[in-house]
Design a protein around this ligand. Structure first.
Ligand code: DON
Length: 303
């Protein structure tokens, strides 16, 4: 079957799951999203793109952005970053406070919120109070200067980020954060409010399937860093569902509470899916199934 037919088959098969789960309700702009949306896009490393459903509609990428800030932090900071954040799966919720206490103030990995705050702190130490270099990476990777944050989502995130703010101040108390915790939280919230479509996400994450090259051919990170980012996505990208996701899908991936998931088959393709209904671990129900069917029907996964 060709890729277009595979995507159409998957879209039909996941339809009963679309709308299942719970749409993120902690801020009004996300709570208002129609749960019946579903999109799936695949971009091969040779540039061939296929899409089905709502794959060109922009949505809030949320925690998917953590991979992009980590790519920038690894570039700016080098290996010293790893003194302040670990690389092990957490097995706990993405916003856990308890684990940070148990781990002595060093977050388990850069994909959970505590770790993403340390990553943002590292970025800001090199760039000033906003995360423009991360936006620059996204724009360079997609070759699209119009990509930007959704202001309403960003303001709502900032107004309600009490738990994230608690984590940031806790990290500061441990000495893990160097900068101002509230500045770090604001930059983190703005980054989570990036709006992108499945097709745009496939372009933006192409560098992880090509050893560091954007669709334009520009090397945006080194091959070694691309390998490392894929490893962190595989082990930590979907939080306390990492084991089940690896079993079902078998690809490095990153999810967000907006209902998006990006998955990478190194050397071959990037896939992105969007459906807002989330399972109990905060990952899209229909999106996870779509990716499971994609690797099953194509016979391609890292395993
Ligand atoms: O930190 C938060 O609460 C959100 N802005 C992002 C969380 C998120 O996407 C977790 N992923 N499933």
């Amino acid at each position: 079957m060709d890729t277009g037919s595979v995507l159409s088959t998957i879209a039909a098969e996941v339809q009963p799951l679309v709308g299942q789960g719970a749409v993120a309700s902690y801020i009004p702009p996300l709570a208002a999203i129609d749960p019946a949306r579903f999109g799936l896009a695949v971009r091969a490393t040779d540039g061939a793109e296929h899409a089905v459903g709502d794959a060109t509609e922009r949505f809030s990428i949320q925690s998917i952005a953590k991979v992009l800030s980590l790519a920038v932090a690894m570039d700016l900071e080098g290996d010293t970053l790893w003194a302040r954040v670990g690389r092990e799966p957490s097995g706990t919720a993405f916003n856990s406070l308890v684990q940070l206490e148990a781990d002595g103030g060093v977050p388990r990995n850069p994909m959970i919120n505590a770790g993403a705050l340390v990553v943002m702190d590292a970025v800001l130490a090199h760039t000033g109070p906003d995360a423009t270099p991360v936006l620059d990476l996204v724009r360079a990777a997609t070759d699209d200067a119009t990509l930007t944050v959704d202001g309403a989502v960003a303001e709502a995130e900032i107004a309600t980020a009490h738990r994230t703010r608690a984590l940031a101040h806790y990290l500061k108390a441990f000495g893990t954060l160097r900068g101002d915790p509230d500045t770090v939280v604001e930059a983190y919230c703005r980054l989570c409010a990036l709006s992108m479509s499945c097709v745009e996400l496939c372009r933006a994450f192409t560098f992880l399937a090509t050893g560091g090259h954007a669709p334009s051919g520009q090397q945006v990170i080194s091959t070694r860093q691309a390998k490392r980012l894929n490893a962190i996505m595989l082990t930590c990208g979907v939080y306390d569902e990492a084991g089940d996701f690896a079993y079902r899908v078998g690809l490095p991936a990153k999810s967000g509470v907006g209902g998006g998931i990006v998955a990478v088959m190194p050397g071959e393709f990037v896939a992105a899916t969007w459906s807002p209904g989330l399972g109990p671990r905060g990952n899209s129900v229909a999106g996870t199934m779509a990716l499971e069917l994609l690797t099953t029907y194509t016979g391609r996964s890292v395993f």
